[in-house]
Design a binder for this molecule. Structure first.
Ligand code: GLC
Ligand code: CA
Length: 535
């Protein structure tokens, strides 16, 4: 039986801290702002918040370039304030997950500066991946490309090159080095000692590099990585309470993915297959089946993710002809039917929240925010993806626009009324309709749907961790009927039905309707809708 620990069926809210709430009026979200919004999160009904990196950072990649893993960037607040945040969140029943970035640090990190100063062959350099170039040393050591585009190597003053799978401001650690291993276990302890309930592990599958191979994936999912997480698990297990280790694992193979969730490794991981899937009954069904089948042998709990700070917001994705997500295949500016996307997003939320395991909510998805695409002027884009791709990939700024809280014009309550600066990315004027205040109390709003669904999900004994039983396809029951429905039961007495066909469908026998993503039509479930039933 998979775990019943808090995270097993939790609803976890992702706070992208720079864009959540600005307490001091400099246009950048911070811990004061986040603390002031804890009552909102408590009322929303989430079990935990995951806060993206808050450490001192030159912000070459929005804070995923860490200069000091044991401190808070002054733009966000202080360590004392982070401690207060953890305490205040706990007092309203919300757990706190922090983001640890083990693959790389910042070029401003003390170790990297020491490595530059110490020179080739030094123990300081051995904590990173420094190599001599080829040819006259003028060519990078190999042809690897950075995930953000361009070469994955940058040359330093004495001619050596260092590896950075992401931005040049993010040098990769060498995870064969014992200093690196010991340092990160100590970083984990530093935060676990401060009461955090979980660690989200950034880029968790790329720590070990295999230079013997020419294959492009020779840095992803190498076998040697599991030993690292066994060590992390021993650290987490030494603490009281259930401290969760959560992997950011973009791996296409469900079994390779599940190997990270063996009982002595990570507790859970993000299900990006679900996020990437088309809005299509067969595709979603096979994703659910493959997910559950892969988790079962390792006795782990699945998660369901629709959006995060790296991907096109799903209201926009679902409003397009092609509803899938792929890095490199972004459909920036493609025709989008936002009404359709919103309707499907409502349905997807109820589907995700009904499936067994944990569910993630990315800030703003509960308001139904669309991706901001052409409305961000190019000169304001900050994501290194944009620059490094030679301006061919718009980057990820469009899902990171500061949250609209209230009012009819920017900054929509994101910053205080007397703010000295505009929000760090511009908010579209049309967001007046998407503020938390505008949606509060509106029975048809996305916010009301999320609040209602999360409340039910929390108290209903069938929801959260557990199992499902698919109902026979409608096509099997009545061959002339629709074949694009997803319907499953959960015990006790719960059924979820999703209509992804092209016409309304009859509901199966039930005692009562618990919640529907949009109103039923003459007792039938409309197209692109999901209903929860008491059976
Ligand atoms: C992860 C983060 C992403 C970041 C990258 C490098 O994928 O989610 O935002 O750019 O790692 O740290
Ligand atoms: Ca601020």
């Amino acid at each position: 039986m998979a775990s019943k620990a808090w995270w097993a069926g939790a609803a976890i809210y992702q706070v992208y801290v720079r864009s959540f709430a600005d307490g001091n009026g400099d246009g950048i979200g911070d811990l004061t702002g986040l603390r002031s919004r804890l009552p909102y999160l408590a009322r929303l009904g989430v079990d935990a918040v995951w806060v993206t990196p808050w450490y001192p950072s030159p912000m070459a990649d929005g804070g995923y370039d860490v200069a000091d893993y044991r401190a808070i960037d002054p733009v966000f607040g202080t360590l004392a304030e982070a401690e207060k945040l953890i305490e205040e969140a706990h007092s309203v029943g919300i757990r706190v997950i922090i983001d640890v970035v083990p693959n790389h640090c910042s070029t401003e990190h003390a170790w990297f500066r020491a490595a530059l100063a110490a020179g080739p062959g030094s123990p300081e350099r051995a904590r990173f991946v420094f190599r001599d170039g080829i040819g006259d040393g003028e060519q990078p050591p190999n042809g690897w490309e950075s995930i953000f585009g361009g070469p994955a190597w940058t040359r330093v003053h004495d001619g050596q090159w260092y590896l950075h799978l992401f931005d040049p401001g993010q040098p990769d650690f060498d995870w064969h080095n014992p200093d690196v291993r010991a340092e990160f276990e100590d970083v984990l302890r530093f935060w676990l000692d401060r009461g955090v309930d979980g660690i989200r592990i950034d880029s968790a599958a790329v720590l070990i590099k295999d230079f013997g191979l020419a294959h492009p994936e020779c840095y992803t999912d190498r076998d040697g990585i599991h030993e690292i997480y066994r060590g992390w698990r021993r650290v987490a297990d030494a603490y009281p309470g259930d401290r969760a280790l959560i992997g950011e694992l973009w791996l296409p193979d469900h079994e390779r993915f599940a190997a990270y969730l063996r009982p002595d490794e990570l507790h859970t991981a993000f299900n990006f297959q679900f996020l990437s899937s088309a809005w299509d009954a067969a595709a979603l069904r096979s994703c659910v089946d493959a997910t559950l089948a892969a988790h079962a042998p390792v006795d782990a709990n699945a998660t369901w993710v629709l959006s995060n700070h790296d991907v096109t917001r799903h209201v926009t994705r679902y409003g397009r002809d092609d509803t899938t997500f792929a890095f490199g295949g972004k459909l920036f500016g493609a025709p989008t039917d936002l009404a359709l996307g919103t309707r499907r997003a409502r349905a997807a939320a109820l589907l995700a929240m009904a499936l067994p395991g944990g569910v993630y909510v990315y800030q703003g998805e509960e308001l139904g925010l669309p991706e901001v695409e052409t409305e961000i002027p190019n000169h304001l884009r900050q994501d290194p993806f944009y620059r490094r791709s030679g301006y061919t990939d718009p980057g990820r700024d469009g899902c990171r626009v500061p949250i609209p809280w209230a009012g009819t014009a920017p900054p929509f309550g994101f910053s205080p009324p007397d703010a000295a600066a505009d929000p760090w990315l511009p908010q579209p004027p049309s967001w007046a309709a998407y503020t938390a205040a505008a949606e509060d109390g509106d029975p048809e709003s996305m916010l009301t749907l999320y609040r209602t669904a999360l409340r039910i999900r929390r108290s209903h004994p069938a929801l959260g961790a557990g199992g499902i039983r698919w109902r026979p396809e409608r096509a099997e029951r009545a061959p002339a009927g629709s074949d694009a429905e997803l319907a499953f039961d959960r015990d006790p007495g719960f059924a979820c039905v999703a209509n992804l066909s092209t016409r309304p469908i009859d509901l199966p026998p039930h005692e009562e309707v618990i919640l529907a993503s949009i109103p039923l039509e003459d007792g039938r479930l409309p197209v692109d809708a999901v209903v929860w039933l008491k059976t």
